[in-house]
Structures are given as structure tokens and as C-alpha cells.
Write a protein that binds this ligand. Sequence first.
Ligand SMILES: NC(=O)C1=CN([C@@H]2O[C@H](COP(=O)(O)OP(=O)(O)OC[C@H]3O[C@@H](n4cnc5c(N)ncnc54)[C@H](O)[C@@H]3O)[C@@H](O)[C@H]2O)C=CC1
Ligand SMILES: O=C(O)C(=O)COP(=O)(O)O
Length: 628
Amino acid sequence: MAISSSCSSVKAVNSRWTSPSPSPSSPITKLAVFRRHSLLPNLRHTPNIKLTATNALRTVEQTTLTEDHKFSTVGSDSDDPSPFPKPRILVAEKLGEAGVNLLREFGDVDCSYELSPEDLKKKVAESDALIVRSGTKVTREVFEAAKGRLKVVGRAGVGIDNVDLQAATEYGCLVVNAPTANTVAAAEHGIALLASMARNVAQADASIKAGKWERSKYVGVSLVGKTLAIMGFGKVGTEVARRAKGLGMIVISHDPYAPADRARALGVDLVSLDQAIATADFISLHMPLTPATNKVFNDDTFSKMKKGVRLINVARGGVIDEDALVRALDSGIVAQAALDVFCEEPPSKDSKLIQHENVTVTPHLGASTKEAQEGVAIEIAEAVAGALKGELSATAVNAPMVSPEVLSELAPYIVLAEKLARLAVQLASGGKGVQSIKVVYRSARDPDDLDTRLLRAMVTKGIIEPISDSYVNLVNADFIAKQKGLRISEERVVVESTPEYPIDSIQVQISNVESNFAGAVSDCGAISIQGRVKYGVPHLTCVGSFSVDVSLEGNLILCRQVDQPGMIGQVGNILGEQNVNVNFMSVGRKVVRKQAIMAIGVDEEPDKKTLERIGGVSAIEEFVFLKL
Ligand SMILES: NC(=O)C1=CN([C@@H]2O[C@H](COP(=O)(O)OP(=O)(O)OC[C@H]3O[C@@H](n4cnc5c(N)ncnc54)[C@H](O)[C@@H]3O)[C@@H](O)[C@H]2O)C=CC1
Ligand SMILES: O=C(O)C(=O)COP(=O)(O)O
């Protein structure tokens, strides 16, 4: 079905934040609801903004607390007339005093640090909330041991990789974090490592304490006029850039998803990964650890770096292949490295990397300033207390949001929305960044009878998650989108079809961005992907202005080609020879024997050679492989 998309007359979606029906009170039903919500995006934080029960769609109390778990918020146990006990809050890692005091006003606080996994499990069985930093692993076993008592886990910091979010969601436990209060501390630590590494401060300090006086051994390098490449131009990266500018450095950055105008405003050039690593004298890492950034600094990337480069990592250890870094240090490609984070924390004592003479290390101190810890403590205490009281926090990481009925009806469209967005973002290229997204819903339903918040959240998730470690859901989707500089608008096109189905089709458009597949650009100039649900299965039905019909399962190959006989056979043969199973194939064309688009759903990911062979088929003008 070809569409006229946003060029046609449309009606803006009435953005509604209504209260869904009350949550079930039986724990079993509740768990089922959460399981279904595991379909939902996990979400992750942003600014220090809170939604309360009065301005948000549903309170956490409604969704996570049964009558048995309501808490009194005032008075002591003895003089409190409330029938509900005060919540017990276990603080398992050192938290700033101000935050602990705030929690004490609200609940019974147990500060027990360095608990063994066994002791942690015992304690959570008697706790309503748990607060941790990066040193405590909140595993599935912890949630199991809590037997449903644990209602909130507060991560006093940014990274939530130490909390099993899936298990938290399944056990009906809300996870909140504190994403903004330690940004400056992490940036300052990056600068501290940069300067002390350049001047051999740590090594010279150790030498003099060993009774030596080695002035010529510790001649350093200057920072002024040197090029610093910031990998990841988010909150921390931006603050590092500001400070490095003040030191007289030339700052460039690689972040495929950062808005160019924000970088320009700071006088920072956004460049490609290869450009960044080939030109930089110093490279500072500030990207999240995601499947895409896992070990992104490896033998291959090190070999492309300027000889004698210096590396700083205050992000996550996993973005570096640590063995490859040792090789790069030994060969002199990397002159020095300053590391705050490691693949395994604490790292083993005899690690070659830690012991390397050109490596300076700190034990994950990025967030460890008095000021940041006070800020983080207050941020997390407010979020945890708020959640226990029944408020929604914008820093929630996982939260159920809509009634099971609505969720059940929208389930296939939720999957469709996310997959379309994932496809669309993979079709965007160029350094300008994705900023403007439009979602067009075609539906026969009355606008008031179609709640699109969840779908919009899934589009946000599909756009953002492949490019960051943010977790997105209904509560924080708009905040995250705003923080990332994304403008997501929605439009409704009323169509004549059966209102029995909530949505006829969903279209995701990305405008003002170049595409790596010209065939995906519609007549309106935007990357445009459209799909619909058929027999409960999401289908891709339109790419650019070409109609196709392919089930959105596995992966997808899109080819733009001259419309001529034999194309399906040729490509099918190449895939077949490599044992790549084709699950769906569809050809769309506008004019017979002119141009066509072939959409091929494949179960496996074809290897590079196979893709090159497809690209080599003479009638194929362009092709792209997309992960769903
Ligand atoms: N060492 C420490 O104590 C601390 C470490 N951190 C870590 O620092 C990192 C950055 O934190 P924030 O700036 O708050 O996060 P953020 O989400 O604000 O910024 C991350 C940036 O990385 C970009 N990015 C994503 N994929 C990329 C890729 N492949 N290449 C280049 N850039 C990419 C994103 O577009 C985003 O702009 C996180 O991993 C966080 O866990 C944060 C605070 C303290
Ligand atoms: O906030 C983060 O992501 C950090 O890495 C800080 O970790 P910490 O709270 O100091 O254990």
C-alpha cells in the first residue's frame, strides 16, 4: 500500500496522559502484568525532573504496591496512627550523609556495607528498598531472595549494569538511578587523569617516595595545541570538552548521534571514528557500554591511531579490549593510558595492564567527589522515597505503565513501532545526527480511543537504544528524547477501515538527515518506513515510496535494483549457497521495468563476503543489511 504520508491532510494526535485502570492486587496477577511488561522498554533516566501522581499517568504505588505494602510516611513506628509500617531501606554502599538523612525522615534505614552475596540476600528479604552504587551486584538471585518484598532498587549513579533489570521487572521491583549529579565529577576526573598522565604525576610520585630523584625520566608532554578526541559527546563528554578547551586543546569528537549544533556551539568538530583516532594526540572515552561499543577499542582500532597517542577511560572498562591495549602499549602505538574503569572490577592484582609502567589507574573514582556523592545521594534518596510514596520518577529504569487490556491490544503494534524505528535509524547516515522524527498512525479509531504513548515510547526506544545505553519507556521516553535532541512528533490519519483493529499502519519518518539507502527516501525527502500488523505479525509494507510486504522477523536486506527478470533468483541463490535462510521476500516497484526495491527477510546474518556478492549483482544499484 503506497501512502501519501504527512503530505496528506492529517490530524495531530491528542496527547493523553490518562490514568489506566487500577492494577491488580493479587501478586500473581501482578507478576503476570510485569512479565508482559518485559516487552516494554526498560527505561533510563535523564534530568532531575519528577512526575508526581498528580501529573503522571499512574503512580508506582498503583502499579507495584498492594494494600499490604503501603507505607506510612510520617511519625515513628510507636506514635504513628497509620496502620501501615514505615518502609525499611537497605543502603548497601556508602551514600552521602544528606541522602541518608532524607531517607531516615521517611523510613527505617539500615546502612550495611560490604555485605556478602548471602548476607545481601538475607537482608533484602526484610527490605522494601535497596540502594547501591556500582560495587553491589543486584542479581536475579537477590530478587528471588527478596520474595516480592523489595519494591525499589536505587542505583546511586548512572550505570545500571550491576542490576538485573529483567529480573527486577519480573519481580515487580522498580529500579531508579541518579543520572545527572555525578556528570561534572566524572568530567573532572577525566581531566585530572589527562593532565597527570601527560606529566607523569603518579609515576614521579612513586619514584620520589622510593627515594629516587628522576627529573629527566619524567619529562612530560604539553596539552596546549594538542588534539583531544572525545568519544561520546553526551553529558560527561560535553563537560570534558568545555574544560579541555580551557586548557588550549583542539577538541574534536566522535559521536554519530550527537546533535551537530550542540558540538558547534562549543567549537567542537564532530568527525568519524577513523578520523578521530587517526588525528588525536589524546583520546578520552565517554560513550556507554553497549553491544555496539563493546571492545570497540581493539587491535584494529589501535592500529589506526597516531603513534604515541594517549588514552583516557572514565566510561566503562568493556569498551576496550584490555589485551589489545597491552599490545598497543608494548608496541608504542599507545604511549600512555589512564584508566578509571576495568572489564572486571576490581581487576586482578597481576593484570599486565594494571602493572604496565605507562598506565595510570584509579579504582573507579569518576563519581567520587564529596559534592557529587552528596548530589547523587539526594537525587537517589528523593527518587526512592518518592517511589515508595507512590510518585513516578523521571529516573525510573523500568516501570509498568498501561493497563493489561490496552497492552494486550497494542502488543503487536508495540513490536511493530520499535522495529520500524530500529530500521529507520539504521537507514540514517552522516554526521548531522538524527533529530527530527515523525510517527504517522493511520487508524479508523476515534483519536480519543487510541492511546499512542506506548507506541511513541517504543519508537523512541527503537531510535535511541541502538545508539546508546539509555533504557526507554513510557515514563521517561519524552525526557530522553529531549535530552538526546530528538523531536518526535505524531500525526493521525483517519482512514476507512475496521475500528476493530486499533491501527491500520504506522509510518516512521526521519527528516533532515542523509540516508545510506536512497531508496528509503520518500517523495517528501524524509527517510520513510511504514508497516502494519498482519495476522498478529508486524510487516514492513513501505520503504520510501516503494510498497513491499515482508514480515519483520530476523534481519532484513534491502536492495534497490533495475526491475528485470531473475533478480530474486540471483540473490536467493547467493544466500542459499551460504546457508542463509530467507524467511520472506517481496519486490516493490513504481513503474514496470524501471526501478524496484527488493526486501528480503533472513534468519541468519550473512557474512561480509555474501553481502559483497549481493552488492556485486550488476542490476543492484544499492543495498543495505539491517538488524531488527
Ligand atoms: N567512572 C565513573 O565513575 C563514571 C562513569 N560514567 C560513565 O560515563 C559514560 C557516559 O556517561 P554520560 O555522559 O552520563 O552518558 P550520556 O548518555 O549522556 O552520553 C553518552 C554519549 O555516547 C554517545 N554514543 C553512543 N554510542 C556511541 C558510539 N558508538 N560512539 C561514540 N559515541 C557514542 C551517545 O550518543 C551519547 O551522546 C557512561 O558509560 C557512564 O556509565 C558516568 C559517571 C561516572
Ligand atoms: O555513575 C556511574 O556510572 C559510575 O560509574 C559511578 O559509579 P559509583 O557510584 O562511584 O560506584
